[in-house]
Design a protein around this ligand. Structure first.
Ligand code: ADP
Ligand code: MG
Length: 586
């Protein structure tokens, strides 16, 4: 094929692909435009997770009728004059391509009215074809409606993730911007239902409470830091409040949401040694510095920035967060409270049940409920092998003790076993669940139901999976916006804080983008077990250690956790002899 210039339509679709990846990108660009136009109120309406329509209305500056056609053309912007301006950008937009891009891959309309016009004007663009401008009646501000996104690029549609994921992205975007701009009133609707809104009264903690819940918002520590070059403000979680992923770590740089792993690393550094492996803080931090200190023109969707003095910025973030942590929590605890410990706010458990179990801890409770299985005789087991581990049942083991608050040491007829207490407990819980599943998993009714408050996207996830959870012994029902009432938890988890148990499950849903429907239940069980099993770092009493060993011996597949990782390492007598030079090559 000879070299040829691409037709305008193809070229613009290619360009659009850079900016508009998914419905959430449209929401982002339109919100940024509204903020640049000094809006005090932004209403986002989404239909069918943005596939059908996305509408963003604002009460900002508006666009004069004479400039409407320009606004939807590529490289048309009111925010930049010269190339030098690129290095001191104070607005969120500057490339003048968002509207053009969006309009080239949708049925697009824009109605706008600046304060000096008595009427508004509307322009329509269909798959990049600009229509005529009509005069219409509308309040001051701008309303953009984007219908049938990607109708003319079906390949793009195929790349969209399932609805839940697309929706989560939209919700995350709107809620984060609402936090960053607390003086702006945000409203988000999905298919006509209000999902989230803020008052615009400037109180960031109030927005936090909207986003999480009052309790979390109360616990979040305020970050305030300033040096000659950079200021860092916002909120970060105390060491006791963590998540299993980084999704609740958000950075805004000069009012722009950026994804920057180096910034996250700087934040995590501040928590160094304070959090357990695999746990992450929640944080929303606003970094402000002179526009000349940061290059925002390095990424197609402007999601990344480049700092002129990255090290100064990173160390400011670390210092700011560390300071917040230290003033609030001078003696941080390395070991977070386990779900097995009675939480401070005691879950209301039936007193009769409580009494009958009073002197016993959970481990002995398990012993009572656990099936007794005949352990294999030592003769069944291959002698002197180290690995691979035989897949079957375990020999009878004699407990030696616990090391490093994470492993049990045991002796078997064929050598030494190092057992990962967390993985082992996961396996035990998992098999209990599966066993009980046939008979119906017994639920433990809480004396008084408790409420769980979730973020809009978490609430959505829980809603989607609530039936499955209820089949597994939970009893959860919607109770107001983003709030659920928990009146029972699986009896196998009694003693766990119900709120924490539900949160743990929802968090894991968040991590998992595409579970197969057929597997949802088994995986859910595996997750619950993972999240409620004892953790590394937890000291177990000798009785607890022995109970765990016995429970593990009774398992059908004791040698792996439900996720397939080994629960134990076996050092055979033979191997030990070799290692000590008693046998083999000398
Ligand atoms: P950019 O934001 O990079 O300038 P856009 O394509 O997003 O490019 O928008 C083009 C221009 O249209 C903007 O520069 C601005 O002047 C105008 N505009 C877009 N959206 C709005 C809005 N909601 N309110 C006022 N003006 C807007
Ligand atoms: Mg823009």
């Amino acid at each position: 094929m000879p070299i040829h210039l691409l037709p305008e339509e193809v070229a613009s679709q290619i360009a659009a692909g850079e900016v508009v990846e998914r419905p959430a990108s449209v929401v982002k660009e339109l919100i940024e435009n509204a903020l640049d136009a000094h809006a005090r109120q932004i209403v986002v309406r989404v239909e069918n997770v943005g596939r059908r329509a996305i509408e963003v209305a604002d009460d900002g500056d508006g666009i004069p009728q004479s400039e409407l056609a320009l606004a939807v053309m590529r490289h048309a912007t009111s925010k930049l004059q010269t190339a030098e301006d690129l290095f001191r950008i104070a607005t969120l937009g500057f490339r003048g391509e968002a509207l053009a891009s969006i309009a080239s891959v949708s049925h697009f309309s824009l109605v706008s009215r600046p304060a000096h016009q008595s009427v508004a004007a509307r322009i329509r663009v269909d798959g990049g074809k600009i229509g005529t401008v009509e005069v219409v009646g509308a309040p001051v501000g701008t309303l953009v409606r984007v219908e049938d996104l990607f109708f003319n690029v079906p390949a793009r549609l195929k790349f969209l993730k399932r609805d839940q994921t697309e929706r989560q992205q939209i919700d995350a975007l709107v809620t984060r911007y609402a936090l960053a701009y607390p003086q702006v009133r945000f409203q988000l609707f999905h298919d006509g239902t209000p999902i989230f809104q803020t008052t615009g009264n400037g109180n960031q903690r109030e927005v936090l409470a909207q986003l999480y819940d009052v309790e979390i918002s109360r616990q979040m520590l305020e970050v305030e830091y300033e040096d000659e070059m950079v200021s860092v403000s916002g909120f970060t979680s105390p060491v006791g409040l963590t998540r299993s992923n980084r999704k609740e770590i958000t950075f805004f740089v000069n009012g722009r949401w950026v994804q920057d792993t180096a910034l996250s690393t700087a934040l995590l550094q501040a928590y160094h040694t304070l959090l357990m492996v695999g746990r992450y803080p929640m944080a929303i931090l606003f970094i402000n510095l002179h526009p000349e200190e940061v290059d925002v023109n390095v990424h197609p969707t402007k999601a990344e920035v480049r700092f002129r003095n990255p090290d100064r910025v990173f160390s400011a973030v670390s210092r700011a967060v560390r300071r917040a942590l230290m003033t609030s929590n001078p003696v941080p605890s390395v070991v977070p409270p386990s779900v097995w410990q009675r939480p401070l706010s005691t879950p209301q458990i039936d007193p009769a049940w409580e009494m009958s179990h009073q002197a016993q801890n959970l481990w002995t409770t398990f012993e009572q409920t656990g099936e007794t299985t005949v352990s294999p005789t030592p003769e069944n087991l291959p002698r002197g092998t180290q690995s691979p581990l035989p897949s079957g049942v375990l020999p009878l083991l004699r407990l030696v003790g616990q090391v490093a608050m994470a492993y049990l040491v045991a002796e078997g007829p064929d050598g030494l076993y190092l057992i990962d207490q967390h993985a082992a407990h996961e396996r035990v819980l998992f098999e209990r669940f599966i066993q009980k599943k046939g008979e119906g998993i017994p639920a433990q009714t809480l004396l008084e139901p408790t409420l769980v408050h979730l973020s809009p996207s978490q609430a959505r996830l829980l809603e989607d999976n609530v039936d499955t959870l209820n089949r597994l012994g939970f009893h959860i029902e919607p109770f107001g916006p983003f709030t659920f009432r928990v009146s029972a938890i699986p009896a196998l988890l009694s003693g766990a804080d119900p709120v924490q148990a539900v949160r743990a499950v929802v968090e894991d849903f968040e991590e998992d983008e595409t579970p197969l429907q057929s597997e949802v239940e088994a995986r859910l069980i595996a997750r619950i077990c993972k999240r409620t099993a004892v953790k590394a770092g937890q000291v177990l009493s000798p009785e607890e250690q022995r109970a765990l060993l016995r429970d593990l011996e009774a398992c059908q597949s004791p040698r792996t956790c439900p996720h397939g990782r080994p629960t134990m390492i076996h050092l055979s007598a033979d191997l030990l002899e070799r290692q000590f030079g008693r046998k083999g090559a000398r």
